[in-house]
Write a protein that binds this ligand. Structure first.
Ligand code: ZN
Length: 372
């Protein structure tokens, strides 16, 4: 058993809530961070059967992709589905957590799992939602302490450039200072001008980590007053996006590709909008409901676009652009992420004290079935 807050912290690493779209409602929606959790059910939607499953299997937390509560609630009517489910959740002390667009966007989230199922590599962003703000940190350290301060700053999350870590630049120089009344200097004496061998260490870090990194730096820096500067930067760090664009290993025919998608996501069927006979190698994807990015996918040079919730005029638009379109269904393009979330959460909780069992909903099915 662990505190619910421990699960929230672990999920914040997997899908930070800050990545979510503005209109979204991720995070803890029912329950308290202080409640004890010993079994979690991971699902796409909270429905009556899913809730029944959670109660029957003794789960005290449900982690869903789609938020149970989306808009402000003015009534909790227990004769209507949402009120009835809230009543049952509270009566059974079941907490509810949602990771929605933040899980779509996050690295290793819904879109990355979908891309893997389809067989895409060399993934790039489709629709950029955020670019990480960066700052430069410069600190002056007595030469003997340079290694220690550098390590502390790196351990706190500074020094990443692309796939390189521990990136710093170091210059030796002379530091001067004159301790005034009321000081207790680590080097030198009050009223005496000091001249010290120092190292100027500079590195880069995400702006959101500034306080954390500075705190870690000051903890190991020997000076009473640490001399450091933080500069805003115009360069940007990590790019976050909805959807991905990547490559298949080899070009395939549209029908073959559609079947590859169907098999990959384990759907009963997919719908193909064939835009001519052009082979497919470059593929854009957006899990769930991404018809709004059809033009973007075409503009970025995709041969095909995979998404869900495609309407007639969306298909018409894709065909007009010469972009093959595969509608894999909202449900089927998102469902594969559940196993991955369960595995990653289990992994993230390995280091914490207390056992938590994580199970995945395998019973839910797409609302749509084909009648021929
Ligand atoms: Zn969805």
């Amino acid at each position: 058993m662990v505190k619910c807050q421990v699960i929230l912290d672990a999920m914040e690493h997997i899908a930070p809530c800050s990545l979510a779209e503005e209109w979204d409602n991720p995070g803890l929606l029912v329950g308290s961070p202080a409640q004890e959790i010993h079994k979690i059910l991971v699902c796409l939607d909270i429905s009556e059967p899913v809730l029944q499953h959670a109660v029957a299997t003794g789960c005290d937390m449900i982690l869903s992709h789609h938020p149970l509560i989306f808009h402000a609630i003015k009534k909790v009517r227990t004769d209507l589905p949402l009120g009835r489910m809230l009543q049952k959740l509270l009566a059974n002390n079941i907490a509810v957590y949602a990771a929605h667009t933040n899980l779509d966007i996050a690295s290793g989230g819904v879109n990355d799992v979908l891309a893997e199922r389809i067989g895409l590599t060399e993934l790039k962003p489709l629709e950029v939602t955020a670019e990480e703000e960066l700052v430069k940190l410069v600190v002056y350290v007595p030469a003997d302490y340079a290694d220690r301060v550098r390590m502390a700053v790196m351990d706190a999350g500074a020094g990443y450039i692309g796939k390189y870590s521990c990136c710093t630049f170091n210059v030796a120089g002379k530091g001067t200072f004159l301790p005034l009344e009321g000081t207790a200097p680590f080097i030198g004496r009050q009223g005496q001008l000091e001249n010290v061998d120092e190292v100027r260490i500079e590195t880069i870090l995400p702006a959101k980590l500034e306080k954390h990194v500075v705190k870690a730096m000051c903890r190991v820096h020997p000076y009473e007053e640490v001399a450091y500067d933080v500069y805003p930067l115009k360069n940007r760090g990590r790019i976050e996006s909805l959807g991905r664009i990547g490559l298949l290993q080899k070009p395939v025919q549209p029908e073959e590709f559609a079947e590859q998608v169907r098999r990959g996501i384990g759907a009963d069927y997919v719908r193909l909008v064939k835009a001519g006979n052009k082979c497919i190698q470059k593929v854009a994807i957006c899990s769930g409901s991404g018809a709004e990015f059809i033009a973007k996918a075409s503009f970025m040079g995709a041969d095909a676009y995979v998404t869900g919730d495609v309407k007639y005029h969306d298909a018409q638009q894709a065909a007009g652009l010469g972009l093959h379109l595969v509608d894999g269904g909202h449900f089927a393009t998102e469902f594969p992420v559940l196993e991955s979330v369960a595995v990653r959460l289990t992994e993230a909780l390995k280091g914490v004290r207390g056992n938590v069992e994580i199970i995945t909903d395998r019973e839910s099915k797409d609302f749509f079935t084909i009648v021929q």
